[in-house]
Design a protein around this ligand. Structure first.
Ligand code: TTP
Ligand code: MG
Ligand code: MG
Length: 421
């Protein structure tokens, strides 16, 4: 491609390979190549294993010590399985006991969401360092706009895809698969073509050969219901869908869906990459182990409330935000809920000030019923820099004296009752 050629729109879809399982294998590399499934609510089993081999590093725990799928009883389902396990026909959403019939020798590990979230944030941070226009699509996948990124046009995007794969692997030890295409619709399909650890490149001119032979279900947006209906009309493949005229599709599926299917079957999709927006609010909430009463459990509730405010303040400070709308959420024993919020004159992020205003909110909420959940929220967020520029005084943190109540919002529900905290 010459330097003056106009950039062609190139969108990538990147999806991590066997994500939860691959993260587990980082801890337990001795399980590499073996059938492993992740699922069930049995963290305890894994803990027991670690306790039993407390003197050994995790990667030296003998393979024979790991729990096997054949010994599982319960109603858990598989979240994901290693590629070695998939050869036996087990995979996401299959019941564990059913899976045990197909692959009894598979090793079963419990889920550890905190760990997956950690790696999710890490691989995404690596991507945005290389290609800043990224759309988050959940824990293990993103869309990336390759169009203007160096290498994003070379070999249809393969050069940049390879670079990103390598950067992620070097940093995390995890592999992913990438599809690069003219748009999100085709990129999403393409990322599956060469899984795991693969790259697939699709151009406009490839739609007939690469896309039309696929089942309609491969279009992200055609779910089981639409697919079943298409089948009743003898439409199995995307090519067969593309053979239908627009009017027939609109008559059969409605104007909007019909028109969308018409375009999708031709590989047309104009959706932009949606960048992560700044958060509107940040909140913390907790459900109680037993329902708590505002009077009888006052001390306990007060402590929980204070801790929530401290956690919220930590979150805000860590992320560099301040806010001026402080809100609370209460859920009662009967599952009804109310919210209250107060907007103050200055932006704040410190725990004591938040606690004070949140306490004012609480005074405005009914407290005669037992509570099952309490939440604290900060809205009207600004970055610390913005707030300092805007908020009239110096950059000193707001003192409690500064907190003049400027607006009070009371949700429509029961009249006020309790006056606690
Ligand atoms: P996927 O990307 O669909 O699957 P995967 O990453 O495990 O495997 P692949 O190589 O085919 O992409 O989902 C990402 C994670 O989301 C997966 O590791 C576990 C979780 N998940 C569930 O918990 N339940 C499900 O039904 C699916 C599909 C995924
Ligand atoms: Mg995946
Ligand atoms: Mg995925």
């Amino acid at each position: 491609m010459s330097a003056t050629a106009p950039a062609i729109r190139r969108i990538a879809h990147l999806d991590m390979d066997a994500f939860y399982a691959s993260v587990e294998l980082l801890r337990y590399p001795q399980l590499k190549g073996l059938p492993v499934v992740i699922g069930g609510g049995r963290r305890a089993l894994d803990d027991a294993l670690r306790a039993q081999y407390a003197e050994l590093p995790l990667h030296e725990i003998p393979v024979a010590a790991f729990p096997l799928l054949r010994d599982y009883t319960g109603r858990g389902v598989i979240t994901t399985a290693t590629y070695a396990a998939r050869q036996f026909g087990v995979g996401s959403a299959l019941g564990l006991m059913k899976a045990a019939k197909l692959c009894p020798q598979a090793i079963l590990l419990p889920v550890d969401f905190a760990q997956y979230r950690h790696y999710s944030q890490r691989f995404k941070a690596i991507i945005t360092e290389i290609a800043p226009l990224m759309e988050n699509r959940g824990v293990d996948e993103v869309y990336i706009d390759f169009t203007q990124v160096p290498g994003g046009q070379r070999e249809g995007g393969r050069v940049l895809a390879r670079l990103i794969q390598k950067a992620i692997f070097d940093d995390t030890g995890l592999t992913c698969s990438v599809g690069v295409a003219p748009n999100k619709l085709l990129a999403k399909m393409a990322s599956e073509f060469n899984k795991p650890n693969g790259i697939a490149i699709v151009h406009d001119t490839d739609v007939e050969t690469m896309i039309w032979p696929l089942a309609c279900r491969k279009i992200n947006g055609i779910g089981p219901k639409a697919d079943a209906k298409l089948k009743t009309h003898g439409i199995e493949t995307i090519g067969q869908l593309a053979a239908k005229d627009l009017q027939w599709l609109m008559d059969t599926f409605g104007q909007r869906t019909g028109a969308w299917m018409f375009d999708a079957a031709r590989g047309r999709d104009e959706r932009p990459i949606v960048l992560e927006s700044e958060p509107v609010s940040i909140s913390r909430e907790t459900s109680f182990e037993r329902d708590l009463h505002a009077v009888r459990d006052k001390a306990e509730l007060g402590a929980i409330f204070t801790r929530l405010c401290e956690q919220l303040a930590d979150d805000l400070q860590r992320k560099g935000y301040v806010g001026k709308t402080i809100g609370i959420k209460l859920k009662y024993e009967d599952f009804t809920a109310v919210t209250r919020d107060i907007t103050i004159a200055r932006h704040i992020a410190d725990a004591k000030a938040i606690r004070r205003v949140a306490g004012q909110c609480l005074k405005r909420a009914p407290l005669h019923k037992k509570l099952r959940l309490l939440g604290v929220r900060m809205g009207a967020l600004l970055s610390v820099d913005e707030a300092q520029a805007l908020d009239f005084k110096s950059n000193q943190p707001a003192t409690l004296m500064d907190i003049a109540l400027t607006a009070i919002n009371t949700g429509a529900d029961d009249p006020l009752t309790g006056q606690l905290f």
